[in-house]
Design a protein around this ligand. Structure first.
Ligand code: RFL
Length: 405
């Protein structure tokens, strides 16, 4: 929709108007736009990267039941229901032995493996199929008048533009601009940097069902999961300054086999490696997630070390709260949810970050780690598999906290 400038009464192409300006076309921004659309609320998404880049970003893959149900409820479940792979137990390896914990609870809830890139593609296809806008290569620079009549200033195709809106949704990830617009956000932000990185590998190799899950190894942690029956997603713990070309493909497969050793002759099926990336591990929480008519969600507000597979799942939890908050505010003029936005999201986020850090502390080898520390990690791992209470705690944490809204 074009914005009619009241002074000149001319429609200008550099000013646009919508009800909700959404910064970021990651899972959080795209899901929010869809939820608002279903409530009859217009939005515009501004995304600084190209469409091709957004569609090719390989990240999350393990979805909680609540995430699956939410995607189905907004109409983005068709391919997910067809291609999502039920994930009913987790393999945990340590000290050369493989253990299994069931992740099916008494209500039959379980995890599902389905790639983040597919979720993003499904949501983009839905939105564009309905003729609704996503501005790719539109870089947001700053916001104005967040407590009054919000304006998002951005540049697109080298032209400075302004998006006038009633509400701003900051879904722009850890390095976005939204969080910095919340006064006091810095003082309310807490960070833990881990002294290692994850080397992520996507391979055209049939996953070996006998080699899945998490491997605690004195050589460093490793993870194996499936993206389909032909594509494997693998991770190796590496040094923080590791470069993707530091290991050739054979060395990667050899290292995975060594870290997953469990006294059997099982080995990874090898195949061409089609994508490699390195990510630093950090835990981060910003406890101020709202100011005026700006709310932030997902990685913009918190980062979890990916060991617990919770980042995208947490973003979905926030977005549910944000969609309800904006809807109530815009449709009924009721600001109760808005005033409680941070506290409501944090009820789910804090225990989730805690669990993700606990997983990371238990699974990785830390620089200078003593034998005592390793034995304590074994004891923690054993507690998750050997008693009904420990299994229950592991299962509940993996399946995810209940939604506050
Ligand atoms: P995203 O996905 O980072 O999207 C933010 C978007 O905002 C854009 N942006 C801007 N646009 C306009 N103007 C600006 N100034 C902008 N600044 C930024 C960015 O280009 C981007 O497109 O955040 P969102 O939507 O909050 O989603 C979060 C998830 O992407 C993230 O939490 C997960 O990927 C984390 N994660 C996992 N989560 C899970 O739930 N299960 C998993 O199995 C899982 N595995 C992972 C993961 C993350 C990983 N990495 C790479 C850290 C595995 C890995 C290796």
């Amino acid at each position: 929709m074009a914005w009619r400038d009241t002074e000149t009464d001319k429609v200008t192409s550099t000013n646009i108007r919508t009800r909700v300006g959404i910064v970021g076309a990651g899972p959080a921004g795209l899901l929010l736009a869809r939820m608002l659309q279903l409530e009859g609320i217009d939005s515009v998404i501004l995304e600084r990267r190209s469409r091709a880049y957004v569609l090719s970003r390989v990240r999350a893959g393990v979805l909680e039941k609540g995430t699956v149900d939410t995607l189905i409820a907004v109409g983005a479940g068709e391919r997910l229901l067809r291609e999502g792979m039920p994930n009913k137990d987790v393999q945990l390896r340590w000290d050369g032995v493989c253990h299994r914990v069931s992740t099916v609870d008494e209500n039959g809830r379980h995890l599902t493996t389905y790639g983040q890139a597919k979720i993003v593609e499904d949501l983009i296809r839905l939105r564009e199929g309905d003729g609704l806008p996503i501005h790719f290569e539109a870089q947001v620079d700053r916001f104005e008048d967040i407590t009054g009549n919000p304006v998002i200033h951005f540049s697109e195709g080298g032209v400075a533009k302004a998006l006038h809106c009633d509400f701003i949704a900051g879904c722009d990830g850890f390095r976005g601009v939204s969080r910095a617009h919340i006064p006091g956000a810095d003082a309310a932000s807490f960070l833990r940097e881990y002294p290692f990185s994850w080397f992520g590998i996507l391979a055209e190799a049939a996953p070996n069902p006998a080699l899945r899950g998490f491997a605690h190894s004195r050589r460093g942690m490793a993870i194996a999961s499936a993206r389909s029956d032909k594509i494997s997603r693998l991770y190796l713990q590496v040094a923080p300054d590791f470069k993707v070309d530091q290991m050739d493909d054979e060395a990667i497969w050899d290292e995975l086999d060594r870290r997953f050793v469990d006294g059997t002759s099982n080995r990874f099926n090898r195949g061409p490696i089609i994508e490699k990336s390195v990510a630093r591990l950090r835990g981060f929480i910003c406890t101020e997630m709202q100011y005026g008519k700006l709310c932030i969600a997902g990685d913009a507000a918190h980062i979890v070390p990916p060991s617990g597979a919770k980042g995208l799942n947490s973003a979905v939890g926030d977005v549910r709260v944000m969609a309800a908050t904006i809807t109530r505010y815009l449709k009924e003029g009721d600001s109760t949810l808005l005033e409680n936005y941070s506290a409501t999201c944090l009820r789910r986020i804090v225990p989730t970050v805690h669990w993700s850090c606990e997983m990371s502390d238990t699974l990785h080898m830390f620089p200078g780690q003593s034998e005592f520390d390793t034995r304590m990690q074994y004891a923690k791992l054993d507690s998750w598999v050997s008693s009904p209470g420990g299994q229950q705690r592991f299962r509940e944490a993996m399946l995810g906290q209940p939604y506050p809204i």
